[in-house]
Write a protein that binds this ligand. Structure first.
Ligand SMILES: CC(C)(COP(=O)(O)OP(=O)(O)OC[C@H]1O[C@@H](n2cnc3c(N)ncnc32)[C@H](O)[C@@H]1OP(=O)(O)O)[C@@H](O)C(=O)NCCC(=O)NCCS
Length: 289
């Protein structure tokens, strides 16, 4: 059900329309759609803007398209690709490379295969080449069925995570291990039918924060807490975290039935202006790849 949001909403001004897939945030049964990515506005560097691109890669079985996506990778990426034992991991790896390369190329006049990346100290990849102005910041996440790329020009510290909602896990055990006391208390207070969704929400939000910081698991997961029983998603840091909660903004996107996505950004306190777009990298109608 790919349909241009531009078409559904009438022709809102954006120089580079992109096709989108309905991805919704749900709160007590209310669905709010995010606006579509507008590349020109993102490149203006306006504070708060974070674009979220997503690719349901398992829906694609066009061998020529998949081969073209694979051909975008560097020799190093090919080596990493071959090291994966399972076909689904290899497919997810290619999908992630194809996504980030084709998405970045929408924001700068650089061919998708030309981008080079370098990991930071704890593994967070960034653009290493070419130098583009303005600089583009991104973060990636992948899981079975869905890969996502959050991107911003305005904010360097952005993070994204995606998890499947339909997984079977011992949520209370995991929460006891990784969540803060207040998160565990709030989770246990919920009716059991609501716990899995709340658990995945907190998990993805925590990951989006640690990925935005780029410090990996050096950050103690139980020393910051997400507050979900209020109008805006809030975060509270223990003193040991030496971070300022007023700077951070988060969003949760529920692409039911299978996935939940969290985006986090240090916007310096500006409201998060999240835009979304679906993409099938290199699919050839000019709107998609
Ligand atoms: C690597 C990590 C950042 C996320 O790992 P993950 O959940 O397995 O994977 P995700 O899909 O969220 O993200 C993977 C992508 O993040 C990016 N990434 C890697 N290291 C990163 C870092 N330190 N910071 C930000 N992004 C990073 C990479 O692009 C990676 O994809 P790639 O290897 O295909 O390029 C790390 O934080 C981790 O191991 N987290 C899981 C630990 C955990 O216990 N979490 C509990 C939360 S309550």
């Amino acid at each position: 059900m790919l349909q241009s949001r531009q078409e559904r909403r009438g022709n809102q001004p954006c120089q580079y329309p992109v096709s989108t897939y309905p991805l919704e945030v749900r709160e007590e049964g209310i669905s709010i759609e995010y606006p579509s990515v507008c590349i020109k506005e993102t490149l203006s560097g306006k504070g708060g803007i974070v674009d979220l691109w997503y690719y349901f890669h398992e829906q694609i079985d066009d061998a020529a398209l998949l081969a073209a996506q694979e051909a975008l990778m560097t020799l190093d990426e090919h080596a990493r690709y071959r090291s994966y034992h399972f076909e689904h991991d290899r497919r997810m790896f290619v999908a992630t490379r194809a996504l980030v390369r084709t998405v970045l190329s929408r924001y700068a006049a650089v061919a998708p295969s030309e981008w080079r990346f370098l990991p930071g100290k704890y593994g967070k990849p960034r653009v290493a080449h070419p130098d583009v102005a303005p600089p583009i910041y991104f973060n990636l996440a992948n899981t079975l069925g869905l890969v996502v790329c959050a991107l911003s020009v305005a904010h360097e510290s952005i993070g994204v995570d995606v998890e499947r909602i339909d997984r079977k896990t011992e949520i209370l055990d995991l929460a006891d291990r990784y969540f803060s006391h207040s998160e565990v208390r709030a989770l246990r207070a919920l009716p059991s039918s609501e716990r899995l969704r709340r658990f995945v929400a907190i998990w993805t939000l925590k990951e989006s924060y640690i990925k935005a910081r780029g410090l990996g698991l050096t950050q103690p997961l139980d020393q910051f807490s997400f507050l979900l029983d209020q109008e805006e998603i809030g975060v509270a840091f223990d003193e040991s975290m030496a971070d300022d909660a007023t700077r951070w903004r988060f969003a949760l996107l529920d692409s039911a039935p299978h996935h939940m996505i969290a985006v986090g950004a240090d916007t310096g306190g500006l409201a998060l202006s999240l835009r979304t777009a679906h993409i099938v990298p290199l699919l050839g109608n000019g709107l998609q790849g």
